[in-house]
Design a protein around this ligand. Structure first.
Ligand SMILES: Nc1ncnc2c1ncn2[C@@H]1O[C@H](COP(=O)(O)OP(=O)(O)OP(=O)(O)O)[C@@H](O)[C@H]1O
Ligand SMILES: [Mg+2]
Length: 229
């Protein structure tokens, strides 16, 4: 079998004197999996996701993504890692409200130095695929929550990352928009996109995840493979 795309080995994370957020956690994720990370508030879900994203460093242990150790990288290498290897989706979209949908989606490619014409074509294709083609010139403030999250997903996919990470992607959405975003994520995974979804939304886990890990006090309490989806 091929090397897992995520290899987390004996990772701990402490913030000052408080009880550690993660303690000796090990987790392998294979390409093509859709992993849902569940657990109550404070159990360490976002901390774990941030370590995968290279947004934070572990206090101990190693994090390898696509074969590369990222826990020891400096800021420049980490910025490049985040730009090229991962896409991130957040609860509150994190779109730039004074830029059009198209310009938001194109941004990661511009930062990666992709020629403007090519980047523009890729953005248009992605927005079309995600059902947002007719909103390319709109501003995020004029869209519904579900539409904004579709734009955020398009932006996250712009540089074709092998790994898409999401922290509560349905957390700020009404039930119909949440269902829409669940379908979108399930469809991306069906097309081969590896996903890690941190969520309280058990319906998201049920409809989208091929595997569910539950955290309790910074450890893995349960690790369950979906039988069918
Ligand atoms: N930047 C930080 N500084 C200090 N403590 C932190 C920081 N980030 C997280 N923690 C602590 O680490 C623990 C785990 O937090 P984390 O944000 O990973 O939980 P979570 O499972 O994502 O919770 P939620 O479901 O509320 O988002 C908590 O006790 C939290 O207070
Ligand atoms: Mg969190």
């Amino acid at each position: 079998m091929s090397t897992p795309i995520i290899q987390i080995h004996e990772v701990s994370k402490s913030y000052g004197e408080a009880r550690p957020a993660l303690t000796g956690l090990s987790l392998d994720v294979r390409a093509g999996e859709a992993l849902a990370v569940l657990g109550r508030s404070g159990s360490g879900k976002s901390t774990l996701l941030n370590l995968m994203a290279g947004l934070d460093k572990p206090s101990g242990g190693t994090v390898r993504i696509a074969g590369m150790r990222i826990d020891q990288l400096g800021e420049t290498a980490l910025a490049k890692y985040r730009r090229d290897r991962i896409g991130m989706v957040f609860q509150f979209f994190n779109l730039l409200d004074d830029m059009s949908v198209h310009d938001n989606v194109v941004l990661p490619a511009q930062l990666a130095g992709m020629p403007a014409v090519k980047a523009s074509a890729r953005a248009a294709e992605l927005l079309e695929q995600l059902g947002m083609g007719q909103h390319a010139n709109a501003f995020p403030g004029h869209l519904s929550g579900g539409q904004r999250q579709r734009v955020a997903v398009a932006r996250a996919l712009m540089n074709r990352p092998p790994l898409l990470l999401a922290d509560e992607p349905t957390g700020a959405l009404d039930s119909s928009s949440a269902a829409d975003v669940r379908d979108l994520l399930a469809q991306l995974n069906a097309n081969g996109q590896t996903l890690v979804l941190v969520t309280h939304d058990t319906e998201l886990a049920a409809s989208c995840a091929t595997r569910t890990v539950e955290l309790l006090d910074g450890r893995i309490a349960r690790d369950v493979q979906a039988v069918t989806r």
